[in-house]
Design a protein around this ligand. Structure first.
Ligand code: PBG
Length: 393
């Protein structure tokens, strides 16, 4: 656009003030611009200065497109904001430990507790009161064995905590994380075969039974997290033939073998490496952090198997996976902001390096922007309370 200046250096823009400059000289234009900016106009001594200003005004590079126009006021910013966070999007994971008298603070996750089966009731009611619509419950078992049989027992911890949570706030969706690592004595996500690896096909038979027990106890959604092949179809089939065909499956579809689960494993008592005869990692079933294409393939298999919602986990380090899935499927997407992500922000805030609320909201917004419909976060109740106070973004 080189028509900014007329031959006589008049400004062509259809702007009341500047049109007056039609017959003005260069230094008058400069003066007028400066006046309009509220700056006192000074006598221009150096003729090159005038030329320089005019050149920038008339050059092709002059920014006619100014991105800052739409950022000027909070009301403009609110109008053009592409994403938002609502309490409706949030799912709060809750830990429940059996055989304890008082809730226990989890040292590696400031602000998070292992609830007793009694304090669970208040915790669930508080979450519901904050406006959050859903919780996911994790058991901390005192009855572990090699296959995790307590989780398949209709009177076991998994069943009890689901029915306690459901009764405490029937309007909440109770999501059952179905997996064995919290219930096996070796800490892996299913029974082991002779060479120490997890036996895929025995695990999926058991996981279907665990899912059934969870549904009978009142679970609204089943979320298999073991990364076993075929687990979604095994569960879908079982639920369909046992009267629970209306219970949706939220598949941990792309779950990576991540160090960011560290604090969770402390919290849930499922850390590996205590037993020298079993593998000390989950790399033979969880995804390799280096693999994006494989993660998408794995997640899309869960769609074929009948998943209703796909989850990506962890969150912040795997936004690319979330965004690609957003393009490849129309299923609702969930993302899990895992224990290590939460702990990083909490500890950084404790050290004064960043503000917990701001860092949390920015991270959650990143999930929404990348395509998440719902977010699992230990900060769920805090965030709902920030939002209730009208925290702007
Ligand atoms: C159980 C499970 C884990 C997490 C959620 N479900 C642990 C794991 O896979 O090792 C991690 C959650 C977190 O770190 O917040 N399979």
């Amino acid at each position: 656009m080189n028509n900014l200046l007329l031959p006589k250096n008049g400004i062509t823009r259809n702007n009341k003030g500047l049109n007056k400059a039609m017959d003005m000289g260069d230094s008058d234009i400069i003066k007028q611009i400066k006046d309009s900016m509220g700056e006192p106009a000074t006598e221009v001594q150096n003729p090159h200065f005038d030329q320089m200003k005019l050149k920038s005004l008339s050059s092709d590079a002059f920014p006619h497109v100014r991105m800052r126009r739409l950022r000027k006021t909070e009301s403009l910013r609110a109008m053009v904001r592409e994403n938002s966070i609502s309490a409706n999007d949030l799912i709060v994971p809750v830990f429940v430990e059996e055989n304890i008298d008082e809730r226990v603070a989890i040292a590696s996750m400031p602000g998070v507790f292992r609830e007793t089966e009694k304090t669970l009731v208040k915790r669930i009611k508080d979450i519901a009161a904050s406006g959050v619509k859903s919780v996911m419950v994790f058991g901390v078992s005192h009855n572990k064995d090699s296959i995790g049989s307590d989780s398949m027992n209709p009177n076991g911890l998994l069943a009890r905590m689901i029915s306690t949570a459901k009764n405490a706030a029937p309007e909440l969706s109770i999501i059952a994380d179905v997996c064995f690592c919290e219930y096996t004595d070796h800490g892996h996500c299913g029974p082991l075969c002779q060479h120490g690896d997890v036996d895929n096909d025995r695990t999926i038979e058991n996981i279907a039974m665990q899912a059934l027990v969870a549904c009978e106890a009142g679970a609204d959604i089943i979320a298999p997290s073991g990364m076993m092949d075929g687990q979604v179809s095994a569960i879908r089939h079982t639920l369909d033939v046992t009267g629970f065909s209306d219970v949706p499956i939220m598949a941990y579809a792309a779950k990576f073998a991540s160090c960011f689960y560290g604090p969770f494993r402390d919290a849930a008592g499922c850390a590996l490496g205590k037993n020298a005869t079993v593998r000390s990692d989950r790399k033979s079933y969880q995804l390799d952090p280096a693999n994006g294409r494989q993660a998408i393939r794995d997640a899309l298999l869960d769609v074929q198997e009948g998943a209703d919602i796909l989850m990506v986990k962890p969150g912040l380090a795997y936004l690319d996976i979330l965004q690609t899935l957003r393009v490849k499927t129309d299923l609702p997407l969930a993302v899990y902001q895992v224990s290590g992500e939460y702990a990083m922000m909490r500890f950084a805030a404790q050290a004064g390096a960043l503000n917990y609320q701001d860092a949390m909201l920015e991270s959650l917004m990143a999930f929404k922007r990348a395509g998440a419909d719902m977010i699992l976060t230990y900060a769920g109740e805090d965030v709902a309370n920030f939002l209730n106070k009208g925290q702007p973004f």
